[in-house]
Design a protein around this ligand. Structure first.
Ligand SMILES: [Mn+2]
Length: 322
């Protein structure tokens, strides 16, 4: 049987008029894989439209996409729509959803629990990032992993593995990175472009959050919370608290790190991080959430204080700390 990568590569060769979308409020993998796939479609001389509901982020404005990443749909009708890095279809945003009926949907994702919403589904949680999956399409299509394509793939894998510190970075991921470095990717330069993007406002936000973090169960659980007004007060957005939950894990002895974010007064988003055998996906699932074994999240419908108590209690119970 053909591998999913060869099936999709064949679709790219034989079809035309592609739309490429990833989840709104894109992270490095969403943008990196969108841009990388764009390079492959350019390489194949196809008509394509790169799309993101909320658009490119300022932190990634150094990327060189083959065409702009639009926040609106094309004037022409796409025949094939790639949906990248979306564990659930609604993450692409409400604008694209109605347009998908008219095209062939190709779902490329690495989230456990992806419901295979595409006409063609390549869902494989063994990949560190969707960008790593796109690199396999590049191989199938004979596109060299170098230059702007390599930078986009590297952005995806480096950010989703937190610079190769998560167990999701496999030998295959590291070989891919090594190959791109052999092909001329400048690690010092590209890591600087990815990492050195903080604003002073972001530092202020992190300082304010850290002042109120709490440790429970003898320091095995670290938890921080972000009230809605804190973003306003510090001139930041939720993108500025992106990696904070991983940072909490750096406290010695912490096994589970939790971050809660008040989106609306009774709508609290939470993220959990762990390491090794400590499974936070199962904990998130108890709240209707999902994700990966060591990185998960979900929503708690309660006020911020109640949500904190519910989450810390559930974590303690599931981990056997109580
Ligand atoms: Mn991803």
């Amino acid at each position: 049987m053909d591998s999913p990568a060869s099936t999709i590569a064949e679709l790219i060769r034989t079809e035309d008029d592609f739309l490429v979308a990833a989840h709104a409020n894109p992270d490095g993998d969403a943008l990196g894989s969108t841009v990388a796939l764009g390079h492959l479609l350019r390489f194949q001389s196809k008509r394509f439209h790169l799309y993101n509901y909320t658009g490119m982020t300022a932190a990634c404005d150094w990327l060189n996409p083959p065409a702009p990443v639009h926040t609106s749909l094309p004037s022409w009708k796409p025949r094939v729509c790639f949906i990248l890095d979306c564990g659930a279809l609604d993450r692409v945003g409400e604008e694209l959803l109605p347009a998908l009926d008219a095209c062939q949907v190709v779902n490329v994702d690495h989230h456990i629990g992806n419901p295979a919403f595409g006409d063609l589904n390549w869902v494989d949680s063994s990949f560190s990032a969707v960008g790593e999956m796109i690199s396999q399409l590049a191989r199938e299509l004979g596109a060299p992993l170098q230059g702007d394509l390599a930078e986009a793939v590297y952005l995806a894998i480096a950010t989703d593995t937190h610079f190769f510190t998560y167990a999701s970075a496999t030998p295959r991921t590291l070989r891919l990175a090594a190959e791109m470095v052999e092909n001329g990717l400048e690690l010092g330069e590209v890591n600087g472009k990815i990492r050195n993007q903080w604003s002073l406002n972001r530092i202020t936000l992190w300082t304010r959050i850290m002042q109120n973090l709490r440790l429970d169960f003898g320091g095995r659980v670290a938890m921080a919370a972000i009230p809605q007004e804190l973003y306003r007060e510090t001139g930041t957005s939720s993108l500025d608290s992106d990696d904070l939950v991983s940072f909490l894990r750096r406290i010695r002895g912490v096994r589970i790190a939790a971050l809660l974010r008040e989106d609306e007064p009774e709508k609290i988003k939470f993220s959990l991080r762990s390491q090794g055998a400590d499974n936070v996906r199962d904990i998130a699932a108890l709240f209707g959430g999902g994700g990966h074994k060591n990185a998960s999240g979900g929503t708690i419908w309660a006020d911020l204080e109640q949500a904190k108590e519910q989450l810390v209690h559930t974590v303690g119970e599931q981990m056997g700390f109580i």
